[in-house]
Design a protein around this ligand. Structure first.
Ligand code: NAP
Length: 340
């Protein structure tokens, strides 16, 4: 609902009206990732219980090399999600000086272990390890991150397979909020292998008209202004300005940028005094790639944090269950048999 100030208001009521108008102008529907995570978790929990009753307990093996604090935190939350859903999980933690050969042997063992449905190699790996070789050694049938070239190839040719978790999560957000994709002008900002490219392909296969932008794109704001669906994944805090967004557009903000500079926080959060207060207390704040004031121009918007973030782990769990179903329930070991 949007208001336009009109002449019949008295001065006092006009200022009150102004305050209300600001409230009503903040009309973007918030696309709550935590709510969708909870919905999907409830669905997965039921499926896992059913499969376990049939003697097939889906399981995820995580490989965490060394002692990178952020990686430890990510892996811990992935294992916790497995436990919450009743999935089996295993943690392998080779030391930081591990060799490529050791990693390849470990991945081969996990490929051959029938109880393991998904293999997660937490990145980054230490510099002496050939990350590409290790990731490509993961069986495509257990590639729950969706990074394997076979998984990417399946996606390009629109055949069923395991899809990278973050873009798959963005699609769940759009679909579960009934945002029309077919025929929509969709702009994907960013072209990385793990977010931008698979995101663009998923939107294309859902019949959107897709434009992919990157750091060399010209007239970016003009392109963004035409988007009915905008997915921003560039890693630049508050880059997309509110007035670049088409009124009513659905905006999926993938960016997670930790802002520590007070001037930048003030610039981005001028209209969010409570968040600024938290920044002052904590010394940092998480900001997406879209300026927070876009809440006044977008029709629907994922918050940061609490939008796309929770969906990445959710889709990892979903991919693990999917991989288990098709490899073990259908008796096939082909990525092509994994339903998307
Ligand atoms: P990335 O590999 O660094 O790729 C960034 C992409 O953005 C590149 O394609 C780059 O273009 C483009 N880009 C950079 N600056 C730009 C600019 N000024 N204008 C237009 N395009 C620009 O990043 P990523 O891994 O895709 O991640 C993107 C963001 O999403 C990061 O903030 C990351 O933290 C976040 N993320 C969040 C989750 C989650 O779970 N919420 C998961 C993954 C990533 P070029 O190709 O031309 O260099």
């Amino acid at each position: 609902m949007r208001f336009i100030a009109s002449g019949w208001l008295t001065c006092a009521s006009r200022s009150r009206f102004h305050a209300y108008a600001i409230l009503f102008l903040m009309t973007a529907r918030i696309l709550d990732g935590i709510k969708i995570r909870d919905e999907i978790f409830a669905e997965l929990k039921g499926e896992v219980a059913q499969m376990t009753a049939q003697g097939i307990r889906p399981g995820l093996a995580a490989v965490l090399v060394g002692e990178n604090a952020a990686s430890q935190l990510y892996v811990k939350s992935k294992i916790a999600a497995c436990e919450q859903l009743g999935l089996a999980s295993w943690l392998h933690s080779p030391p930081a000086n591990v060799s490529t050969e050791y990693m390849l042997r470990l991945v081969a063992d996990l490929n051959n272990d029938d109880k393991v449905d998904g293999i997660l190699v937490q990145l980054p790996l230490p510099s002496q390890v050939d990350s590409k070789r290790v990731l490509e050694a993961v069986s495509p049938a257990k590639d729950v991150d969706g990074f394997h070239p076979v998984s990417m190839g399946m996606l390009v040719s629109n055949r069923p397979g395991l899809v990278a978790c973050t873009p798959a999560g963005c699609m769940e957000i759009l679909r579960r909020n009934n945002i029309n994709i077919e025929g929509a002008n969709a702009v994907v900002l960013g072209r990385s292998d793990i977010v931008g490219k698979p995101m663009a392909l998923l939107l294309l296969h859902a019949n959107a008209t897709v434009t992919i932008c990157h750091s060399k794109s010209r007239d970016l704001h003009e392109i963004i202004r035409r988007a009915e669906i905008l997915v921003a994944a560039i890693g630049r805090a508050g880059f997309v300005q509110p007035d670049w967004i088409k009124a009513g557009a659905a905006v999926i903000d993938v960016g997670t940028n930790k802002v520590t500079d007070a001037a930048e926080a003030n610039r981005l959060l001028g209209n969010f005094p409570q968040r600024l207060e938290k920044f002052r207390a904590k010394g940092n704040v998480l900001i997406g790639d879209v300026h927070p004031d876009a809440v006044n121009t977008a029709g629907a918007l994922t918050p940061v944090p609490g939008g796309v973030g929770p969906m990445t782990i959710t889709m990892l769990m979903s991919n693990t269950v999917k991989a288990a179903k098709l490899r073990r329930l259908s008796g096939r070991f082909q990525p092509a048999s994994v339903a998307r």
